[in-house]
Each structure stands twice: as structure tokens, then as C-alpha cells.
Design a protein around this ligand. Structure first.
Ligand code: KIV
Ligand code: ZN
Length: 518
């Protein structure tokens, strides 16, 4: 079987002592994810995301917080009516009203919660430990009496006294809770402490423990994994790590870490991860940072020469897993750090074969362009390469410059008149411009029958002084989207620009003809 993962062997050394299987993925994109500032999903959007999560194969979908609004309740109801394989869950505070509304949505699971930490008890709830416990028990019993699964959370569990937390858990377990979730509500625990806490809780109780980690210190995924190491059997996560403030544990990162690093077997279709990440990004309007693990634009992109060389010989040199596993391809990006291998491979993929010397010249050009701040797209690379492919011998040039006169100065509109010989026919044209170069190029454009647009114009001084040699490169594109580069060196900026443009026009015509004969 084709190897798809290549990770550190040291992982196995520590995994031998752990039994990490049967982990359930509880997705809360539609609830905590929707609590991301500025995000609101409408009914159709919730249904679309729920459908995709179900195809991905998550075990539970928290579809929302039904008490929030009539629209939210409707949306959750619609998700419940979709007949998904995943359990659909609704969030409810520990009170009958919240639970009733969740039940009216026909959820499979009610997730009830109440805050338990001293700070929440004193400043938010203004309730004693005993009152809180009573409400929690009532809530769980009430939901359970209605025949649904019940998951219970002590909100701010990681800042709650351990003994009280255990008492709360035992009480709700006795009231019928099926899962106990441990929220790190403000993301304030560290992985080692999470390992300690979850072990204490797992050893104390005989129902599955779940975790819900926030990312305030960037540790949501690490803390979720630490919890799993200590015996947590369910992990709450969200697509793209959406969620309150800095968000929740990202589903993509949690699932792929569990799979690749911990060897957890899932029945999830991970090839859908990239698609669902894009879907949620588009619907939520929250852009995925390019360097985000697994789904970020750069997660499988390689630019530096050493890396590209390595990846081309064996992808695992610089990729821990085959991108196909998460529904994407590796990408080779050309830029400042590009080496010959990247350019050669890319051009080969586009069917352009060049000599080593030509490729080296292209690499230099690519670096120059990138350093000037411009991003180089595949199209740009093709255009640059086309400049080398389509050298037009003098006898094949269809367009030749016969005459050019330019009037420019102070208080005068720069005007140029050109005579071109196009396939033996003399054509004359005049035009004005913003300066002498612009007027000259406009005069040429007014004569040639094709509609050409100047995409890029670059002028570089090669030597110093007022009579310095300059190099002009132009990139033009015609109405068929064919691009060509023309270059010229000379001492007169205007005439060098004109010569570069005429060269580009001849190349454009040659490339166009070759394309038609293919
Ligand atoms: O972060 C949190 O504490 C929550 C609870 C409602 C589970 O989202
Ligand atoms: Zn939360």
C-alpha cells in the first residue's frame, strides 16, 4: 500500500503506553464557531455546512443554541430533519426553558451547561456551589426524561476546584448524563495540566469524558490532544478553528494530528477537509491564514530551492503526509527563493522544455521580479518562458519598425508617429501619450491590427551616467490571452522601449501561429 504519512518514530515510543482509539469527533462549528465575532449563518448555510460535516463523517454536530432566536431554532430544526448520520445536538443552559426549545427542535442530544468556577459563581451567576449543582442535576434529569442523549459541561471547568468539579460530574452522571464535557472556556490550561486534570476526572467516573478547548494561547489543539492522551474519548472542534475570541480547536488539525501522530483510526473521509474548510471560510467570511496547518494555502507549498529539490525527489522530505489525504495537491511556488528545479518542473508541467541556461536566466528573472514586490503567478512564469521559447529570427519577423518620430517637451502633448512594415505593407499611425514612451507605444498599438495591452513595463539602468545603457522589458497580452515578453537594450529609453515592444509583438504572432498549428 502506498505510504501516506511519514512522521517521527519517537511518537511510537510514547504511544506504546497509551491506548488511544475510539475517539469521537464532536463538531461545534455551527454553535461555538458561529459565536466568532461577526459570524452568523442563515438556515441554508447551516444546512449546507451540516451536510458537509456529515459527509466528512463527524460523530456529532452541535447545530446551535436554540434559545438564541426563532431563526436559530428553525435552522437547528431543519438540520435535525435532514436525517444525518451524525447525532445532532443543541446547546441549552441548565434550565427547563432552554431545554424545552432544544427538544422542540428534535435534537438527538441536548448539551446542557452551567458555569462552576469561583469567578463565574461570584460575578456572573451569583449562586452557591449547591445551587449550581441542583440546577445542573435538574437540567440533566429533565432532558433525560425526554429520551434524548445528554452531554453536560461545567463551563470554565479548567478554573474550577478539582473536588467540586468531580462532585458535579458524579452528580450529573447519577442524574443520567451520557457524556461529560470539560470546557477550557478561556483557554487557560496548559497541556501538562490538561493531562493531569483529565486523568483525575477519567479515573473518577465511568462515563465518557469529552474536551472543549479554546485557543486563547494558541494551545487548543495541543490541549485537546493532551486530554486524549489521558483518556478523553470525545473532542469538540470547529472547522478552521472558528469560535469565541481566538476560536476553538481546529477540526482539521485535531483530526489529522490524531490520525497521523497518534495512529487513531477514524471512519472520517479526510479528503473532504480542504473542501469543507473552503466552504466554511466562504460562508463565514473568515479568511483562513495562509500558513495554517493542513488547510492553509501554504500548508503544502514549497518555494525554496532546497525544499523543492527534496520534494521533487521524495515528497516526504518536506511533507509529513500526502496532501491527497486531505484533498489537495502539493504546490511549487516560484519566488525569491526559487531554484532551477522548481522552474524546470513547473515549465515541464506546462509542456515547455528549455535548456539549463535558459532556465537559469528565467530563475534570475523570477527572483528579480519577486524582489520588486510582485507575486509571480503560473501565467507570469509561462509568459516569461514564452520569451525564451519564441525567439523570432530576423527573416521571420512580420512587424518591422521603419520610422518613428516623437515630439515631446514643455507645454506640449507628447505625440508620436510611427511607420511599421507589416508583412511587406507600410502602415502609418500617430498617437499621443502621457510621455514620450507612452506616445510611442500608443502609436505602435494604433497601427497593428491585433488589440494588445501592455501588462508590464520594466526599465533598468545597466550602466551609470546620462548616456547609460538601459534595458527595457515589456510583457504584452492580446485578445486571445496570449502573452509575450520583449526585451531590448539601448541608450535611448524611448527607442529601447519601442524595440522591446516590437519584439514582443513578433513573438506574440509566432506563439499565436504555433498554437493554431498544434
Ligand atoms: O467554552 C465553553 O465553555 C462553551 C460551553 C458552552 C461548553 O462553549
Ligand atoms: Zn466554547
Amino acid at each position: 500500500m502506498e505510504e501516506v504519512i511519514c512522521v517521527s518514530d519517537y511518537n511510537k515510543k510514547v504511544l506504546e503506553k497509551m491506548n488511544i482509539q475510539g475517539i469521537k469527533i464532536f463538531d461545534t462549528t455551527l454553535r461555538d464557531g458561529e459565536q466568532t465575532p461577526g459570524v452568523a449563518f442563515n438556515i441554508e448555510e447551516k444546512m449546507k455546512i451540516a451536510e458537509s460535516l456529515d459527509l466528512l463523517g463527524v460523530d456529532a454536530i452541535e447545530a446551535g443554541f436554540p434559545i438564541t432566536s426563532a431563526g436559530e431554532k428553525d435552522a437547528i430544526k431543519k438540520v435535525c430533519d435532514m436525517g444525518l448520520k451524525a447525532k445532532v445536538c443543541g446547546l441549552a443552559r441548565s434550565n427547563k426553558k432552554d431545554i424545552d426549545i432544544a427538544l422542540e427542535c428534535n435534537v438527538d442530544r441536548v448539551h446542557t451547561f452551567i458555569a462552576t468556577s469561583p469567578i463565574h459563581r461570584e460575578f456572573k451567576l451569583k449562586m452557591s456551589k449547591e445551587e449550581i449543582m441542583r440546577k445542573a442535576i435538574e437540567g440533566v434529569e429533565y432532558a433525560k426524561d425526554h429520551g434524548v442523549e445528554v452531554e453536560f459541561s461545567c463551563e470554565d471547568a479548567t478554573r474550577t476546584e478539582l473536588e467540586y468539579l468531580k462532585e458535579m460530574h458524579r452528580a450529573v452522571r447519577d442524574a443520567g448524563a451520557d457524556y461529560i464535557n470539560v470546557p477550557d472556556t478561556v483557554g487557560t490550561i496548559m497541556p501538562k495540566a490538561m493531562r493531569y486534570l483529565i486523568k483525575e476526572l477519567v479515573d473518577d467516573i465511568n462515563i465518557p469524558i469529552s474536551v472543549h478547548c479554546h485557543n486563547d494561547f494558541g494551545l487548543a489543539v495541543a490541549n485537546s490532544l493532551a486530554a486524549v492522551e489521558s483518556g478523553a474519548k470525545q473532542v469538540h472542534c470547529t472547522i478552521n478553528g472558528l469560535g469565541e475570541r481566538a476560536g476553538n480547536a481546529s477540526l482539521e488539525e485535531t483530526v489529522m494530528s490524531l490520525m497521523a501522530l497518534y495512529g487513531v483510526r477514524f471512519s472520517l473521509d479526510t479528503t473532504r477537509l480542504t473542501y469543507i474548510s473552503k466552504l466554511v471560510s466562504r460562508i463565514s467570511g473568515v479568511v483562513v491564514q495562509p500558513n495554517k496547518a493542513i488547510v492553509g494555502e501554504n500548508a503544502f507549498a514549497h518555494e525554496s530551492g532546497i525544499h523543492v529539490h527534496g520534494v521533487l525527489s521524495k515528497a516526504f522530505c518536506y511533507e509529513p503526509l500526502t496532501p491527497k489525504l486531505v484533498g489537495r495537491e502539493s504546490e511549487i511556488v516560484v519566488g525569491k527563493h526559487t531554484g532551477i528545479h522548481a522552474v524546470e518542473k513547473k515549465l515541464k508541467d506546462f509542456g515547455i522544455g528549455l535548456t539549463k541556461e535558459q532556465i537559469l536566466e528565467i530563475v534570475d528573472e523570477v527572483k528579480r521580479i519577486r524582489e520588486s514586490g510582485k507575486k509571480i503567478t503560473d501565467e507570469d512564469l509561462i509568459a516569461i518562458a514564452a520569451g525564451y521559447v519564441a525567439k523570432v529570427p530576423d527573416e521571420e519577423k512580420e512587424v518591422k519598425l521603419e520610422e518613428m518620430s516623437i515630439i515631446s517637451g514643455l507645454h506640449i502633448t507628447p505625440t508620436a508617429t510611427a511607420i511599421l512594415n507589416i508583412n511587406g505593407n507600410k502602415k502609418i499611425g500617430s498617437n499621443i501619450g502621457n510621455g514620450a514612451v507612452d506616445a510611442a507605444l500608443n502609436a505602435i498599438k494604433s497601427i497593428v491590427p491585433e488589440k494588445i495591452t501592455l501588462e508590464e513595463y520594466r526599465l533598468e539602468a545597466i550602466t551609470g551616467g546620462s548616456d547609460a545603457l538601459c534595458q527595457v522589458s515589456v510583457r504584452i497580452i492580446n485578445e486571445d490571452n496570449i502573452k509575450a515578453i520583449g526585451k531590448s537594450v539601448g541608450s535611448d529609453i524611448v527607442m529601447t522601449s519601442v524595440n522591446a515592444t516590437i519584439e514582443a509583438i513578433n513573438k506574440l504572432r509566432k506563439i499565436g501561429k504555433e498554437a493554431k498549428t498544434k
